[in-house]
Design a protein around this ligand. Structure first.
Ligand SMILES: *Cc1c(COP(=O)(O)O)cnc(C)c1O
Length: 447
């Protein structure tokens, strides 16, 4: 990556014990002021971030393999995004699109229509968070079909609001004791090739049989699925699974919703992960990578579905905030300009063989999977497929101690996921993977 100018030195440098003294002070203040229910993956506090690094308040510089959960795809301080944000904030920060509308919202909607899969007529609504957008995709599907049931899948993650908790699979920490949950949500088995050994076709047949028996298409408004399941463990379905579900939905008047909140915007080596299997979702849900770190989310879908809703039925005070829209336009421009889908494919080609090599040599990795710059390793007890969440936690902590921010995920909390900013330099990425390989060898020594 040579066509981007970095403000911060792109280096890994640990200069204090971790957490350092300033982070320790902030941790103490946080304990007195911030609710205990809000977790953080690492115990260090950010002061600065740019390109492929995060610098903490004690001057430690970490290589970022998390992108704030797949958000800062164009970097956490992308100059074009920062300039667009400053310029829009100088003009106006808010008028509310439902009161005094503005061009930026329309421009984002036009660009999303052009960018999302399918040549059909599309309409867009903008929101603030992924969960809010998912809720609204379901609202639209129910109103447009006049049906109520919604199918979600094992290992799914769709958010933390009441309806999206119902759609999310994992109880701890997302759902436990937060119920009752929204009704008319049904969970079906997914395709998880490492564990179910099923072809995509058979896995789809299994899900569709259950849908037929337990719900019936005549009651089913929508199927919602992540094309690669994110928080659930970067589970990449067997080829054919997603197209079979989408075809069945189309044939039976069921709205097929792709939750591309984590997979969208160049992350997987295409603009959207649906493209890898030539799927054209009826509604696509977007957030995370859309606006270079500014809060924005969207649903884009078939005009006849979105326009079925009465005027005033969709919206929100902040949805499509003008500063966020300006950030999104700058982000999309940067993604086109630097051809970030191609960059994600190059990252996959550079990293995946090295992860496979770590797997072959250490024995603690059961599966290497994912697409583009959305890659993961599933940590298991050697010689088995039994999840090893303790070792996974140890690997992430040890990587941090060596200057690499790594995120975990998975229903069994045994997956290390790699989500580097796509503007990270080749050298820095290479160094991070070398650190990870060293840590994996050390991990194997503990088993
Ligand atoms: C993060 C995520 C969400 C929720 O987005 P928020 O902005 O945190 O509400 C929904 N779906 C998927 C697939 C996600 O990864």
């Amino acid at each position: 990556m040579t066509d981007i100018a970095y403000r911060l030195a792109q280096q890994r440098s640990i200069v204090t014990a971790l957490p350092g003294p300033r982070s320790a002070v902030l941790a103490h203040r946080r304990g007195q002021a911030v609710a205990a229910g809000v977790g953080s993956a690492v115990p260090v506090y950010a002061a600065d971030a740019d390109g492929g690094v995060i610098v903490d308040v004690d001057g430690n510089s970490f290589i970022d393999l998390g992108s704030g959960i797949a958000v800062t795809t164009v970097g956490a301080a992308n100059p074009e995004v920062a300039a667009a944000v400053a310029e829009q904030a100088r003009r106006f920060t808010h008028t509310c699109f439902m009161v005094t509308p503005y061009e930026g919202y329309i421009e984002v909607a036009e660009q999303l229509a052009a960018l999302t899969p399918g040549a059909h007529d599309k309409r867009t609504v903008l929101f603030n968070s992924g969960a809010e957008a998912v809720e609204n995709a379901v609202k639209v599907a129910r109103l447009a079909t006049g049906k109520t049931a919604v199918v979600a899948f094992d290992h799914a993650y769709h958010g933390r609001t009441n309806l999206t908790m119902a759609l999310t699979a994992k109880s701890m920490p997302y759902k436990a004791r937060f119920g009752p949950f929204a009704p008319e949500v049904y969970r079906m088995p997914t395709s998880y090739p490492y564990r179910d050994r099923l072809t995509g076709e058979l896995a789809a047949r299994r899900a569709i049989d259950q849908i037929d028996k337990q719900i019936g298409a005549e009651s089913l408004a929508a199927i919602i699925i992540e094309p690669i399941q994110g928080e659930g463990g970067f589970i990449t379905p067997a080829p054919g699974f997603l197209p079979a579900l989408a075809d069945w939905a189309t044939q039976h008047g069921v709205v097929f919703i792709a939750d591309e909140v984590q997979t969208g915007f160049a992350r997987t080596g295409a603009w959207f992960a649906s493209e890898h299997e030539q799927i054209e979702p009826d509604i696509i849900v977007m957030a995370k990578g859309i606006a270079g770190g500014m809060p924005l989310a969207a649903i884009t879908g078939r005009a006849e579905l979105l326009d079925a809703v009465h005027p005033g039925g969709l919206g929100g005070t902040y949805g499509g905030n003008p500063v966020s829209c300006a950030a999104a336009l700058a982000t999309l421009h940067t993604m086109h300009d630097l051809d970030l889908p191609a960059r994600a494919r190059a990252i996959e080609h550079a990293i995946k063989p090295r992860l496979q090599e770590s797997a072959d040599r250490t024995g603690v990795i059961g599966d290497v999977r994912g697409r583009g710059a959305m890659l993961a390793i599933e940590i298991v007890h050697p010689g088995t497929t039994d999840p090893d969440p303790d070792l996974t936690t140890w690997i992430a902590a040890e990587a941090l101690a060596r200057g690499v921010v790594l995120l975990t995920c998975g229903t069994h909390s045994n997956v290390i996921r790699l989500l580097p900013p796509l503007v990270i330099s080749d050298d820095l990425l290479d160094e991070a993977i070398t650190v990870l390989d060293d840590v994996l060898h050390a991990a194997a020594g503990r088993r």
